[in-house]
Design a protein around this ligand. Sequence first.
Ligand code: AMP
Length: 113
Amino acid sequence: MDCVFCRIAADEIPSDRVFESDEVLAFRDLSPQAPTHVLVIPRRHVASLDALGPDDGELAHHLLQGIREVAAAEGLSERGYRVVTNIGDDGGQSVGHLHFHVLGGRRLAWPPG
Ligand code: AMP
């Protein structure tokens, strides 16, 4: 298994987990870009958002629910936060396993670079 996030999901690589369910896992980013920076991933390998198929509606629901749970648990819901998923080279994706960045705890600039 050469996917780093699959290895995190399999507990082969340690992570600072903040949320987990049967389908979804959330852990703190190694290189945080905001006071709160959590990655929400499916346990199952999916290459990116672009690779989600027509049968993945339930997984998409669990991922979105996981994002909301993380935001609430991290105290971000009231002031707001940002959810980002990078896709492919132009999107700046560096890990080829679907993940949503949940960023908050400071005012975030827009547009992104
Ligand atoms: P992206 O560039 O959108 O693919 O995001 C990948 C993110 O994964 C980056 O923000 C990295 O800091 C983060 N990352 C890479 N390896 C790990 C790891 N072992 N534990 C936590 N975060 C990681």
